[in-house]
Ligand binder design. Structure first.
Ligand code: GRF
Length: 189
């Protein structure tokens, strides 16, 4: 059984889906910790309801010895980014090399990179007139939205889609596939 820490900056619907998957099924991982860089993030209320330990760590302290000690204390094997908006410091990338996963709400390498998050991604897809979008789950490295892709799932872009409608369709895919891909990943470690 691997122990994961989820890093999230916002609403936390993926963090919840991943935690529920680990609670209710015969999964190969448990969610030991949730970390946010935002004291007002919805993910912290969800962590409370899910009875999962949660900590707020300012971005500039994410690479600190204290953070590493916390991850060590909770015996974290893998870090899962679920809407975490900061860049992961090199110290963490080194300690957790090849063991930090991310999800992006589009088909990378399109619509990725710095500043491409949330609604900006969906607006970019619609402005470019793409016929399909989807999700990308990948291992992270030192740059935004790069690193080995583990899974991509596609969905249609409808002619009258708004960024909000597309976001909803993509969130549904994320909640189904992210927990399963994490589970496969930890099983093969
Ligand atoms: C998701 O769309 C994910 O792809 C992106 O950030 C969003 C987080 O949503 N990286 P939520 O906070 O899990 O609801």
């Amino acid at each position: 059984m691997k122990r994961i820490a989820i890093f999230a900056s916002g609403n936390g619907s993926n963090a919840q889906a991943i935690t529920e998957f680990s609670n209710h099924r015969n999964s190969h991982f448990s969610v030991a910790l949730i970390v946010s860089d935002n004291a007002d993030a919805g993910v912290l209320n969800r962590a409370d309801r899910l009875e999962t330990p949660a900590f707020v760590i300012p971005r500039k302290e994410l690479g600190s010895a204290d953070t590493l000690a916390l991850l060590h204390q909770y015996q974290i094997d893998i870090i899962v980014l679920a809407g975490y908006l900061g860049l992961i410091p090199l110290t963490l990338l080194e300690v957790y090399r090849g063991k930090i996963l991310n999800i992006h709400p589009a088909l990378l390498p399109e619509h990725g990179g710095k500043g491409m998050y949330g609604e900006y991604v969906h607006r970019s897809v619609l402005e470019q007139g793409d016929k399909e979008s989807g999700i990308t789950i990948h291992i992270i490295d030192a740059e935004y939205d790069r690193g080995q892709i583990l899974c991509q799932v596609r969905c249609r872009v409808e002619p009258n889609d708004t960024p909000q409608a597309l976001a909803m369709r993509i969130h549904r895919l994320e909640h189904i596939y992210y927990p399963v891909v994490i589970n496969d990943f930890v099983e093969r470690l």
